[in-house]
Write a protein that binds this ligand. Structure first.
Ligand SMILES: Nc1ncnc2c1ncn2[C@@H]1O[C@H](COP(=O)(O)OP(=O)(O)OP(=O)(O)O)[C@@H](O)[C@H]1O
Ligand SMILES: [Mg+2]
Length: 326
């Protein structure tokens, strides 16, 4: 316990129409810059490779703790919103059990990263093109294999992904529910963490459990909170403050930021049934408008810590990570 009261100061959200939704709370003596938080141990030649100069690639996980809170729908909509704002986005569908980004898009996935691992396909061949030029890397239970791949495969993965460096601004990783090893793994190799939650005790406690695990066991310090299926900004702020108060009491060196909110909106389930993203079908719906605000917020959160080499840093961690994440 650090006894510090959360300071709900406005975050540097760009172009926010609902300033009441932004906010920041920092706990503990200091907030470590993202570059100093612990990550999976690295080893081998790739680990020592300096990040090349180039434009930043932001690698952001979308997680929740509790399942069914809207991660996949929001990840997809956020990718489309970022694309609409001129950013190039790749979604990595990392929900190994219940992959569904392709289902939400009504696209049948033919090849996954398994085909890449077997050397049958290049990454470009397995990546699906979505609306507005977004790209999707379909889910596959690939992490175990990624840990076991040969040095030659690692080099191939990095070389192929590096080709994306110039074509990518954001890599959004849609993780599975829960706080299992894969969710923790992806959160450790990414540099930023977006946590989706609903205004329900189970969702809030599960999101807290995720943040706590990442903070206490794995020294991750910064999290964006995004309340989904709420009535409006007031409810979102209440959720944020609840989480901030608990984090302020029990966690040290954690920084929570309210990234906005997504209202409960019938267009979301209606679009799921039509297998077309709500952001495409209903661009003027309340949910879509708020997704655009969240995209603007994220764009406004550029920081030197997420600078050039973000993708390479991510890849180095990915291929060199030890699986000691439970
Ligand atoms: N803002 C919203 N308004 C109304 N319904 C929503 C909203 N967001 C998500 N939903 C509904 O919630 C359900 C779960 O959404 P989604 O599949 O995106 O969640 P998830 O967190 O990815 O789930 P899982 O943990 O199973 O991967 C869907 O049926 C979707 O239609
Ligand atoms: Mg999902």
């Amino acid at each position: 316990m650090n006894g510090k009261k959360p300071a709900n100061t406005p975050g540097p959200a760009a172009g926010k129409t609902e300033p009441v939704t932004s906010g920041t709370v920092k706990t503990g003596p200091s907030k470590l810059p993202a570059s100093q938080v612990s990550a999976p141990r690295t080893a081998g030649p790739q680990a020592a490779k300096p990040a090349p100069a180039g434009k930043p690639v932001r690698v952001i996980t979308v997680s929740s703790g509790k399942g069914g809170v809207g991660k996949s729908n929001i990840t997809l909509a956020l990718a489309l919103a970022l694309a609409g704002l001129g950013r190039k986005v790749l979604i990595w569908d990392a929900d190994l059990g219940l992959a569904n980004t392709d289902v939400l898009l009504g696209i049948r996935t033919k090849a996954t990263i398994h085909h890449w691992l077997k050397g049958e396909k290049s990454l470009r061949e397995i990546i699906i093109k979505g609306p507005k030029g977004i790209n999707i890397l379909p889910a596959a239970s690939g992490i175990l294999e990624l840990n076991e791949i040969s040095e030659a495969q690692k080099a191939r993965l990095i070389a192929e992904f590096e080709q994306w460096q110039e074509e990518l601004d954001f890599l959004l990783i849609d993780t599975a529910a829960g706080i299992g090893p894969n969710v923790i793994f992806f959160n450790l190799v990414a540099q930023e963490h977006l946590v989706i939650l609903n205004n329900e005790p189970t969702s809030i406690t599960d999101a807290y459990a995720l943040i706590k695990a990442l903070n206490t066991k794995h020294k991750q310090s910064g999290f964006y909170l995004l309340p989904n299926m709420v009535a409006g900004p007031k409810e979102a702020r209440a959720v944020f403050e609840l989480m901030s108060n608990v984090a302020g009491q029990y966690l040290t060196s954690v920084s929570l930021d309210l990234a906005g909110f997504i209202p409960y909106d019938e267009v979301v389930p209606a679009s799921v049934r039509k297998q077309t993203p709500f952001y495409i079908l209903y661009p003027d719906s309340p949910a879509s408008l708020q997704v655009t605000e969240v995209a603007r917020y994220l764009i406004g959160r550029e920081s030197p810590a997420f600078g050039a080499g973000g993708l390479v840093l991510f890849l180095n961690r990915l291929v060199n990570a030890e699986r000691a994440v439970d």
